[in-house]
Design a protein around this ligand. Sequence first.
Ligand code: TXA
Ligand code: MG
Length: 337
Amino acid sequence: MPLLLSAQDPAAIEQAAQRLAAGSLVGMPTETVYGLAADADNASAVHRIFEAKGRPSDHPLIVHLAHDGAAHSWRAGVHHYARELPAFAQALMQAFWPGPLTLILPRRHDVAATAAGGQDSVGLRCPSHPVAQALLVAAAAHGVHGVAAPSANRFGRVSPTTAAHVAEEFEQLPEDALLVLDGGACPVGIESTIVDATRAWPVLLRPGMITPAQLEAACGQPVRSRDEAAPRASGTLESHYAPSAQVRLMDAQPLQAALDLLGPDARHIAVYARSPLKVARGVTLRRMPDDAGQAAQELFATLRELDATGVRLIWVETPPPGAGWDGVRDRLQRAAA
Ligand code: TXA
Ligand code: MG
């Protein structure tokens, strides 16, 4: 089992920072989801991430940057990894960093090639979670410029939003191979919004809780949606974030009709819906919050919890229209694919 330590203990943060500097893996809480972190400039440490996740090594990782407003600024991190910084990208960083936004930038050719999965670009993010920042700043003091961290789940599975989820995903790793910092439940709950900034205009690669309208207001440019020329992102694979049970998305009415058709033995089904539905005895029913932010915050934990009941099917009410729900809708569609 991995070593699980409370992030409230400053000694645990320092121990985790030393592990990063030594090339070992750390489970890091961020405001979005937990990341599986390693020194982005240490190729063998980054290999350990790909190996532990079972992720193909040509799928690029996001590099996380320290920011304490003083000795360690994300500006230095951006300068270390990116060879160009378009004005619109700078405006987006200014507006949303530290926070749940990732920017894909042209990469300096001598850095983080393994973390970038061989791409000519690098994904950069400055997280706002106080534990992530404490860890990044402590690691920077040991010479770590940035920390590569994909979501801390095995490839294709549901992202972790608690330290216990991370320990569960990597239970086969011994204490000396993985230290997980327990920083509680992640407040945002779904992964960062990703914007490609390798071309002359911003392109949305992965929806998150920062909406296109917010991005456009901050950078004064229209944000295009992804097209064939856009770089590949594994979070954008059609099937991703999948629990073991089969997820199906339905509007409230067909969902109720399907429930009405069920025989008396419906214990293999779980339901996650905003609308008040009538379910047969034995059906596990969880209510989805009406607020998109709250729904995002608990989405992955709920999918895990329903999955753990051993049901074969999870029926989910389709989220309402509106950009605020884009991130949640996107993750559910991929879980259902
Ligand atoms: O909120 C988040 O972004 C979380 C936390 C831990 O920071 N991280 C996360 O990482 O979701 P991951 O690896 O699960 O997803 C990162 C996505 C992938 O879809 C990857 O393909 C894309 O970012 N990505 C990273 N670098 C890229 C690059 N240079 N070009 C294109 N896509 C990139
Ligand atoms: Mg992921």
